[in-house]
Design a protein. Structure first.
Length: 257
């Protein structure tokens, strides 16, 4: 009986320890992803796209299109990062730490060089891009005409219901956001995080971070876009990146993530 009890006890302890490590890994990854995404996205191009489009079109349609693009991009980035886990963890951990340090230093340098109204140039660039897309949309409508009058009212009502979900505005919000996010700092950060942290925590934290930023842009619109200090956000973001790089000195690569 003593032998049996001595064999069971260690198994119970190991399972508890592994569960605690898994929970800690998810929480750490979630916090890292949500904080890094928020400071990367506030005042970014995708933020301005959502803010300006929400002023012109249905907010729910813009939010749905932008969030689908950002959610898809987050999942793809996590998959890219997770694919690197075939390499021994000790290498990916310290390489990703070095990248965090580089990103942090670059953000601090950019932030310190910025003027207080630095975000206005990017805001104007996004406005010009959306205006160009609007003109293309109007041109397409003129070429296609207002609709087939002979088809009668019976076919136009379901068409409008369908277009409420898959409308040109939805497609525009999706494509503009997806293209702006591709190769962006937040995408690269998500890939780096997924290589060193719990991938589920990174996916959930990244998506929630994008939801908060995009939701804020859609609700607040241009007022928030104009009042946000891109310089301050960039400097704080740089400090956050450096903090995660610095934490690697105290956390072991195999500490449950």
């Amino acid at each position: 009986l003593q032998k049996g009890s001595s064999l069971v006890a260690p198994v119970h302890i190991v399972s508890e320890e592994s569960a605690d490590k898994t929970n800690l890994g998810f929480i750490h990854a979630f916090v890292a992803a949500i904080s890094v995404i928020i400071f990367s996205e506030l005042g970014d191009k995708t933020f301005f796209i959502a803010a300006i489009m929400a002023m012109r079109y249905n907010r729910l349609t813009v939010l749905a299109g932008a969030m689908l693009a950002l959610g898809l991009m987050t999942c793809l980035s996590v998959l890219f990062g997770y694919a690197t886990t075939v390499i021994p963890r000790v290498y990916t951990y310290y390489v990703s730490t070095a990248l965090f340090a580089i990103f942090g230093i670059r953000m601090l340098r950019e932030g310190l060089k910025m003027s207080p109204d630095e975000g206005q140039e990017e805001l104007e660039e996004v406005q010009a891009e959306i205006k160009k897309k609007d003109e293309e949309l109007q041109r397409t409508k003129l070429l296609n005409g207002p609709g087939d009058v002979e088809s009668g009212p019976g076919t136009t009502i379901p068409q409008k219901k369908w277009l409420h979900f898959i409308s040109p505005i939805f497609v525009q919000a999706f494509t503009l956001t997806f293209l702006a996010e591709w190769g962006d700092r937040s995408q690269l950060t998500t890939i780096v995080l997924a290589a060193r942290e719990d991938p589920y925590g990174v996916a959930v934290g990244g998506t929630v971070g994008h939801c908060l930023c995009t939701g804020l842009a859609v609700i607040g619109g241009r007022m928030i876009a104009q009042k946000i200090s891109v310089r301050t956000v960039t400097i704080i973001g740089g400090i956050v990146f450096l903090a995660f790089a610095f934490s690697a000195l105290f956390i072991s690569p195999d500490s449950g993530f």
